[in-house]
Design a protein around this ligand. Sequence first.
Ligand code: MN3
Length: 249
Amino acid sequence: MDKRTFLKVTGAAGAGIVLTPWLGCAPGSSDSPSTAKVYGGETFSLPSLGFAVDALAPAIDMATMEIHHGKHHAGYVRKLNAALDGRPMVADGSLEALLAEVQPEDSALRNNGGGHFNHALYWEVLRPGGPDAPEGDLAELIRRDLGGVESFVESFAKAGATQFGSGWAWLIVNGEGKLEVTSTPNQDNPLMANCVAETGTPILGMDVWEHAYYLNYQNRRKDYIAAFLGLVNWETVSARLETALPKVR
Ligand code: MN3
């Protein structure tokens, strides 16, 4: 599918490039080989948006962005840090390592660690004025594994629309190095091997909690999903694919 066709499918136009740094996932503790490492009370921090809070309007309005980033995401970070304070460090201390091992009953880590990871990814894969179309390896794997961009967009939108209640739709690289569309409830994500059925490395995530869209779209989740797909930063998704692939090759 060429760019023009893709623009038609997602119903959006225009293009702009914003580099959005991946922030907030590195542990802040210092190295001390003689003592067991623990998490501090400020291990993780709220990443900045890579764009102005009103930059996605009218597709995603400013009030929604302010509350979503400044209240919801900030709350997950705060509660995650409180839950981790003094706990022994897992592997390299990263959020990914924590989520890979989180147990279903550890709701503080599951909900708030998931909430932090998921939202950090969500801001990163959005970009004002998008979209362009998937290119390179991403386009190739979407063709190979998902039947092409149009078919992928359809199944991704469906995964979001049919997720009952709150949750997320995902594009993941699974353990066989194939792209797969999945969805999870609440703040679960495909890194949580002990909590979800389909695991992998998420390279695109779409929040379908009502707080992501209700101010502007009320109950019209499908309209929000169409708007989201018009804002995807495919360059970021491609970069995450290139990072994820070597792990399974
Ligand atoms: Mn949210």
